[in-house]
Design a binder for this molecule. Structure first.
Ligand code: DX5
Ligand code: ZN
Length: 225
């Protein structure tokens, strides 16, 4: 993966057909997705359960771009090897998921993956101030994690603060939750480069009829650019 701050749209397969992940990934990629965002939930750190490393491994061959794995699980460390083996390009863990986020980020990099850290809406930018040189991506949650289709919570001030903290470092700022053509411009202007979108990408389309995915991706991109 080469680093740049160009706008990237990362559809979240949380909003896709759970019986058809492989075809859904191929469909959104054919329609212009830059990355594929994979939401792992454990029913403990967040209320819902989605799937684990085995499912990620099954999905991987169907992804040609970047597999961006968002771990909403606690504890994290014992599971990292499994997600790395599954072929994750980026593994993101939550700063709130335990007392040893620095160790977790070191572990992710030692497994050969890019390391991401996610911040819940209630967590300030300062929580990652001492981690800036240990991360490749900071994920700013603009909903409380656990479900797709929630209302965007405005975190643009936090994004601006993080953008300043990052400076020239090759660190992505990713936005996750409630991204659509009305909210995307706000976070892009504040300095984000990766926009995760679930419902706003998958609504109206299907594997059999993927054209709406493309229209939805282009609408988010056009609004943000
Ligand atoms: C929320 C997940 C998000 C979610 C985004 O817990 O981390 O990735 O799928 O879904 P939308 O875009 O529908 O808010
Ligand atoms: Zn996510």
């Amino acid at each position: 993966m080469t680093f740049d701050r160009s706008l990237k749209i990362a559809p979240s397969i949380l909003a896709s057909d759970f019986a058809n992940f492989g075809a859904e990934c191929a469909a959104v990629e054919s329609q212009g997705a830059d990355w594929i965002h994979v939401d792992v939930m454990d029913g403990h750190f967040v209320p819902a359960i989605t799937f684990g490393a085995q499912t990620c491994a099954a999905i991987r061959p169907h992804i040609k771009t970047v597999m961006d794995v968002h771990l909403m699980i606690a504890p994290v460390d014992a599971y990292l090897q499994g997600f790395a083996d599954a072929g994750a390009d980026i593994i993101t863990a939550h700063v709130e998921a335990g007392p040893h986020i620095h160790r977790t980020l070191q572990n992710i990099r030692s497994l050969g993956c890019k390391a991401g850290v996610a911040l819940n809406p209630g967590t300030p930018a300062s929580a990652v101030a001492d981690l800036i040189d240990d991360v490749d991506l900071i994920c700013v949650m603009t909903v409380n994690p656990g479900f797709g289709g929630q209302k965007f919570i405005d975190m643009t001030a936090k994004v601006r603060t993080l953008r300043e903290m990052i400076g020239d470092r090759p660190v992505h700022i990713e936005i996750d939750g409630g991204v659509d053509p009305t909210t995307a411009p706000l976070v892009r202007a504040a300095g984000a480069d990766v926009l995760v979108a679930g419902s706003a990408v998958f609504r109206g389309g299907s594997v059999a009829n993927p054209a709406p995915y493309g229209e939805n991706i282009r609408a988010i991109r056009a609004a943000a650019e």
